[in-house]
Structures are given as C-alpha cells and as structure tokens.
Design a protein around this ligand. Structure first.
Ligand code: GDP
Length: 177
C-alpha cells in the first residue's frame, strides 16, 4: 500500500471553530475552553482511501495547517496557503460577517492554489434551528470552477458532519490533476 502526504489548510475568521474542528477530527474531542492558537499549528491524520489510479488502498497523511487566531488583525499570508492541495473554509452560522467573508477566503485560496480544492463548513450548526440552517445552505453556494466541492453544516461540538467534510476534501486531494 502506498503512502502519500498532502497539505490541507484551515481558513476562516477568528473564532469560527477551525481549531475545534481539527480537535474533533484528529482527537475526537471538544473543548469549550477558549484557546487562541499561536503561530501555525500542524496536525497530522492518517487516512486510508481508495487509490484513484489503481484498485488498491492508499494511505494518506493529511497535514492540517491551522493559522494563529489573530487573523482578525492581519491578512492571511500566501506562504501559509502555498503548496496546499485542499482548504477547509469555515464560517460560524451565528455570525453573518463570517459567512459574508467566505467567498473572499475561497478566492484567496484558489489564487494561490488554482489546482486546489476547497470545501465550506457552516460550523456551530448546533446553535441554530434546522430551518435556519437549511436556508443558509441554500444561500451560500460557490460554484467556482468546480474547485469548491460543496457547503456542509458541521458541529465541532457534537461531531456532526466533521468526519464527512474532512474525508470529502481528502478524497479530492488525491485525485490526479
Ligand atoms: P478558531 O479561532 O476558528 O480556531 O475557533 P476555535 O476553534 O478556537 O473556537 C472558538 C469558540 O467557538 C470556542 O469557544 C469553541 O468552543 C466554540 N466552538 C467551536 N466550534 C463549535 C461548535 O460547533 N459549536 C459550538 N456550540 N461552539 C463551537
């Protein structure tokens, strides 16, 4: 079985739940405590995927880059995004400004990585009514060049949608270009 390694990065405004989503996916835990990250943190997760070229399985080591919490105050550096095959772009469903900023984040990621893939997480889904969530999922659609794989509701708190969104992105990251 072959093993490959790919970089994925988390993009989104301050406090939307980027670090919490990684914790849920990598460690299967959730902390209500607020820990603003410092610098860039890289988490590793091994995934077993079907190999798009052959019939066998493929071990994918995903290196998940999480930027420091203070992105509120400065622009995301292209060097943070460079060489990233995938981006998980996150908004907080309770904060409309984080939803409005999604398309800007997508554009930035694809300008640095035109052959990359992005997927959008509408996070903190546990905090809104299902009807409101359904409406948001209808409004926020990003058909950019098929490079945006979709928009999904997630809850880092409950775990809903978390494995699914990371796996969907990881699958695209191993497709031949
Ligand atoms: P980051 O700045 O984007 O990395 O955001 P954090 O992961 O640090 O999360 C910011 C705050 O939102 C923390 O207090 C988390 O506990 C909380 N949080 C994150 N995800 C969720 C979620 O899905 N549901 C709820 N209710 N709270 C969340």
């Amino acid at each position: 079985m072959s093993t490959i390694s790919k970089k994925m990065c988390m993009i989104g405004d301050f406090g939307v739940g980027k670090t919490s989503l990684i914790c849920r996916f990598v460690d299967r835990s959730f902390s209500d405590q607020y820990l603003s990250t410092v610098g860039v943190k890289i988490s590793r997760k091994m995934l077993e995927l079907s190999n798009p070229n052959q019939q066998d399985q493929l071990n994918l080591q995903v290196l998940i880059w999480d930027i420091e919490g203070s992105t509120k105050f400065k622009a995301i550096a292209p060097s943070y995004l460079q060489g990233s095959k995938g981006a998980l772009i996150v908004a907080d469903v309770t904060r409309p400004e984080t939803l409005s900023n999604l398309s800007q984040h997508i554009k930035l990621f694809l300008s640095v990585n035109p052959k990359g893939y992005a997927i959008v997480a509408l996070n903190k889904a546990d905090l809104v009514e299902p009807e409101k969530l359904a409406k948001l999922l209808e409004i926020y659609q990003f058909p950019e060049q098929n490079r945006v794989l979709g928009v999904q509701a997630t809850s880092a708190k409950l775990g809903d949608g978390v494995d699914q969104i990371f796996h969907k992105l990881a699958h695209s990251m191993v497709q031949p270009e």
